[in-house]
Design a protein around this ligand. Structure first.
Ligand code: ADP
Ligand code: GN1
Ligand code: MG
Length: 359
């Protein structure tokens, strides 16, 4: 059964689902009356939809309690999963597809490119999300994608894809592969710091792309962090780095004209300010020291992931044209090169912000 309208009926909803959103992973639909979001969970990416759903129900329940206790709006500031008529949180169709439903966050939009003000608000949203979940018992969460931000594992996956070269694409991406290989040593830095206890494991979002935060249509402020499928124990540096990877770029993630792709220091500064203001003294000194590096690392990690997917036949990230994953990889690596050049300035900016916050 793959009639989406029939699927919605199992959730007690009678409305026409229309394709919606720009995510790379799930298939998202909005109902014609705009009240609900229907999502097909990508089970090639998330092999344990039950564990994932359980995480989402626990997290949203926790956030709703937190928001009620702290003067927030539990209906709008976190996702609201809708159960089926039988009380289940997702359904599995006869052909094995999994679907879930959320309430639509009303009068809110997600953005695919940033202005300084927008990124400042997004930083507040992601920083607040981190803060709200700081008391959440991490051991209750399933790891929905093991080693998600283990950059060393991502590097090894790239190396395997290069050596198998199933699609004979290695020759088309030699420069990009060499660029990543030259930076192999970087891949261990955060993984080792966590393993050695130098930076804390926290409950983190792990996918802090700008379009994963809904912004109020009227005020432009962050309303709700969405896409909770990768909320797992991780490092705050992943959330910070990933948000800047996407948010501080001057071009789309799949831009083919690399002369348009730059890492914007004003966007970097405004995001850093908003994020650190929300986190306050939760940030440790060792995390603070790695902030600029984390942006480079997560950008390179994402570039390696796009490259690995390109070499492996484009099976992970959704694509709409041939070569799109290679284009995405190229923008990320261009950003990495610029971040490397701009690191001294980024360090100065972070130091100034931290000093300002201590006053
Ligand atoms: P993906 O994992 O594919 O990125 P998301 O959960 O991020 O899936 O959803 C894709 C897009 O759908 C989001 O960027 C957002 O624009 C929209 N969306 C998802 N959930 C909601 C919601 N509850 N309310 C409003 N829009 C939503
Ligand atoms: C995916 O689901 P979406 O589009 O928000 C991916 C992220 C990548 C991002 C790159 C579960 O995010 O890790 O950084 O694409 N999500 C998953 O745009 O792999
Ligand atoms: Mg998303």
């Amino acid at each position: 059964m793959n009639d989406k309208r029939e699927i919605l009926k199992q959730f007690g909803i009678d409305s026409e689902p229309i394709p919606f959103g720009n995510g790379h992973i799930n298939d998202t639909f909005i109902t014609a009356d705009r009240a609900y979001i229907l999502q097909r969970i990508n089970t090639s990416v998330f092999s344990d939809p039950k564990g994932l759903t359980n995480n989402v129900v626990l997290i949203t329940g926790y956030l709703k309690n937190w928001l009620s206790a702290n003067g927030g709006d539990p209906e709008r500031e976190t996702l609201t999963p809708i159960p089926t008529k039988d009380g289940a949180w997702f359904i599995r169709t006869d052909d094995g597809e999994c679907y879930r439903v959320y309430k639509t966050i009303q009068n809110a939009v997600s953005h695919d490119s940033a202005t300084p003000e927008l990124l400042y608000q997004a930083a507040k949203g992601f920083g607040r999300f981190q803060k709200m979940l700081s008391g959440f018992p991490a051991d209750r969460l399933k790891e929905t994608i093991p080693d998600f931000h283990n950059t060393r594992s991502r590097f090894e996956a790239l190396r395997t894809a290069v050596s198998t070269d199933h699609f004979s694409r290695v020759a088309l991406a030699r420069d990009e592969i060499d660029f990543c290989y030259a930076r192999e040593a970087d891949t261990d830095v955060i993984v080792s710091a966590i393993a050695e206890g130098k930076i804390p494991l926290r409950v983190t979002h792990n996918d802090t792309k700008l379009n994963n935060v809904m912004m109020d249509e009227t005020t432009g402020t962050a309303v709700c962090v969405i896409d909770l499928d990768t909320v797992m124990p991780g490092s705050l540096l992943y959330d910070y780095g990933d948000a800047l990877r996407f948010g501080a770029s001057t071009a789309a993630e799949d831009e083919q004209d690399l002369s348009l792709v730059h890492f914007d220091l004003t966007l970097f500064e405004t995001f850093t300010k908003g994020f650190l203001e929300e986190l306050g003294d939760r940030l440790t000194a060792s995390e603070a020291a790695l902030l600029p590096f984390s942006v480079k690392l997560i950008t390179m990690e994402c570039g390696m992931r796009f490259l690995t997917d390109y070499l492996s036949g484009d099976t992970y990230f959704k694509t709409s044209r041939p070569g799109q994953n290679l284009d995405r990889c190229r923008t990320q690596l261009k950003l990495v090169a610029e971040i490397e050049e701009k690191t001294p300035e980024m360090k100065r900016i972070v130091a100034d912000i931290l000093e300002g916050l201590c006053k």
